[in-house]
Design a protein around this ligand. Sequence first.
Ligand code: COA
Length: 397
Amino acid sequence: MTSLVPEPLTEDLFDAAWASIEDSFGAAPHPADRAVERDTVVPERFLVVRDGGEVVATSGAFPLRMTVPGGAAAPVAGVTWVGVRSTHRRRGLLTTMMAALLREAHERGEAFAALWASEAAIYQRFGYGPASWALQVTVPRGAGVNRQVPAGGLRRVAPDAAVLAPVHDAVAAVTPGMPARDDAWWRARLHDAEHSRSGASPLQCLVTDDGTGYALYATAMSWSEGRPDGEVRVRELLAATPDAHARLWRHLLDLDLTARTTARVAADDRLLQLLAEPRGAVARVVDGLWVRPVDVGAVLGARAYAAEVDVVLEVDDAACPWNAGRWRLSGGPAGAVCARTTDAADLAVGAADLGAALLGGTPLRTRAVDERRPGALAAASTALGAVGAGPYCPMVF
Ligand SMILES: CC(C)(COP(=O)(O)OP(=O)(O)OC[C@H]1O[C@@H](n2cnc3c(N)ncnc32)[C@H](O)[C@@H]1OP(=O)(O)O)[C@@H](O)C(=O)NCCC(=O)NCCS
């Protein structure tokens, strides 16, 4: 184990910390990205570890508000900037930083922590479970759209947060796992530095005439053996109505001189239902948000449930010992209460199992849960399932 200790990120250490996190990912800071990076970072929620003056490790938590099943918004620690330079790995620095971030999140009253994992194996030991799933789709142009999909009703505009925010907020309000977006996050989402385009066009924006949907995308045009082989790369497509969703997809899937469209969509997105020939599409299931409870009572009490539930959970949580012990969860579609109890447990669950099921995207029954009362797991799993839309987080943080 290491004797190095994390310290809070201060303004004068920002550039050194940024260089460290970029280096941990095998990259280097690009001046074009600095303003966006600096604007989203909240220094008092970030940690650095220094060795002889050099920053060798970083981590942090964005203070987010995220929708939970039923439509309430909960305070969330959006864990990020996790990186340890190659010279300092496997000495426990990540473990030390994770403990500090979770303590801080608990002191600040955050209900759960969420993150995007560079590698799925890293965070399970810290009590995170895969809570949202997405489809990484590639749709060949020939897949076509079915006859129900309307044409037209679209405009190309400059990407502008003021125009897009109402759609985003309407979708976020009913989509668990979607964080609220303030100005700094909108700047990050619309940031379009040339060095990150990977040969594609500048960011394009398509909106529906009625203001209920938008698509942010780029095109990467190329030719192969004399035939057009362009690619439409969808960064974000959000629609508050099925009609807007269909119009936007119809347009993007049929752009002249392109051969395919790629996107990461929600696991329950309607896209595949729009295709005339869905077999042509390739959809890879990918993990999205990894979630763990920071305050079991607060997070289970914040969400609504797909069915009535009354269950005593025995929670095992080594990384957040304040969560350990028995909790009675009673509630249903209208809301719930989750409080400490001395009653016998119906289910014994680990933090990662609970985290995986928190947003309604991973059935609790698919996790290794110890059922102490017959029938309790099936009932709890159904109740913890999706209430309306399944979870989806359109932006990697
Ligand atoms: C992932 C990373 C932060 C781990 O940091 P670290 O300080 O080496 O981690 P620790 O020493 O605290 O390791 C804790 C445990 O996790 C394991 N672990 C660490 N990284 C792992 C990985 N990538 N895959 C699987 N297990 C991993 C360690 O083996 C150790 O297990 P043990 O307790 O059984 O020995 C670091 O390797 C890194 O910066 N990687 C590149 C950037 C990255 O992927 N960051 C994560 C962004 S989401």
